[in-house]
Design a protein around this ligand. Structure first.
Ligand code: 13P
Length: 249
């Protein structure tokens, strides 16, 4: 059985204890769902969020991890720490980390290995900038990032890939469904050519300005197995609308 579709929320650097009320509301509204629900809060909220979620089917994840298991790395967090705090997933190589911290494909690949060692599923993010799209380089860029960021041994259980065009993140701009399909079909073919037929089960998420109002249209696109949602994941009403659209897709 391939994994269920995945509605993943990336809270980025947002969220204080008071915001756990949104997760409590989400848990109450989604006691059962046809898709998987994941929230990746700031690390400070992982443990209290796990307590808030209780037995509701909401998974938790981190937003980054260090490549090492432990040691003298002030301010960093290891995959084992995320796991210990209640995470089952970790986002790696988000474009904001690639831009703010200079993370490279090679570093993302090594961090993915560290995530697997700790028992976490990696959500590896890739995506082109506006100037790269305008130069007609989109498939070259995302193909190179996919190749360089995923370790050998990627499977449907340990890997999720998120296609997030940098120009669509937080801008309200969304690629056309034709553009999304072109990239997702290309990524699927590359995954299958490298990892074999089982890579049909690796979930491919779309991310970038997903809202309740555009979710159904995006989820109808071929090879879109869910979404990685930023701003609209912060409020239970918005994220709930996206979850419902995915469950119905
Ligand atoms: P927005 O949904 O706010 O555009 O963010 C997308 C994103 O970067 C998720 O990782």
């Amino acid at each position: 059985m391939p994994p269920k579709k995945l509605a993943a929320g990336n809270w980025k650097m947002n969220g204080l204890k008071a915001d756990l009320a949104e997760v409590a509301a989400l848990a109450e509204a989604h006691a059962t769902t046809a898709c998987e629900i994941l929230i990746c809060p700031p690390a400070t909220l992982l443990a209290p969020m796990a307590a808030t979620v209780g037995s509701a089917p909401i998974l938790l994840g981190g937003q980054n991890c260090h490549a090492a298991e432990s040691g003298a790395h002030t301010g960093d967090i290891s995959a084992a720490m995320l796991k210990d705090a209640g995470a089952g997933y970790v986002i790696l190589g988000h474009s904001e980390r690639r831009a703010d911290h200079g993370e490279t494909d090679a570093e993302v690949r090594i961090k993915t290995g560290a995530a697997w060692t700790a028992g976490l599923t990696a959500i590896v993010c890739i995506g082109e900038t506006l100037s790269q799209r305008e130069a007609g380089e989109t498939l070259d860029i995302v193909g190179g990032q996919l190749d360089g960021s995923l370790p050998d041994g990627s499977t449907a259980e340990n890997m999720v890939v998120a296609y997030e065009p940098v120009w669509a993140i937080g801008t309200g701009k969304v690629p056309t469904t034709v553009q999304i399909a072109e990239v997702h079909d290309f990524l699927r073919a590359q995954l299958v050519s490298r990892f074999g037929d089982a890579a049909n089960g690796i979930r491919l998420l779309y991310g970038g300005s997903v809202k309740p109002s555009n979710a159904a249209e995006i989820f109808a696109v071929s090879n879109v197995d869910g979404a990685l949602v930023g701003g609209a994941s912060l409020k239970a009403a918005d994220f709930g609308g996206i979850i419902d659209a995915l469950a119905a897709a």
